[in-house]
Ligand binder design. Structure first.
Ligand code: ZN
Length: 83
């Protein structure tokens, strides 16, 4: 179940929990929360980096070389070329 972070749209009006922001575990198929369950002030969903798998950047040739790999590229004539 994903955890979402919410914060009050207007922190001046929010209660102690939504003023600072709060986390809520919520099933994916439920509509996003629009109001604080405690003070009923409008809240906005925060996009956080938590719980999301890190995007893995595809290794470029230079990255691989920097990591000590030898890159071989197959040429059209069937031989491999060291890059
Ligand atoms: Zn609140």
């Amino acid at each position: 179940m994903p955890t979402y972070s919410y914060t009050a749209e207007d922190p001046e009006k929010g209660c102690a929990s939504c003023r600072r922001g709060f986390d809520l575990r919520r099933p994916m198929d439920r509509a996003p929360l629009t109001h604080c369950p405690l003070c009923k002030q409008p809240v906005t969903k925060l996009v956080t980096g938590f719980n999301t798998p890190k995007l893995t950047k595809p290794l470029s040739v230079s990255d691989a070389k920097a990591a000590g790999f030898t890159i071989l590229e197959k040429r059209s004539d069937g031989n491999y070329e060291r890059l």
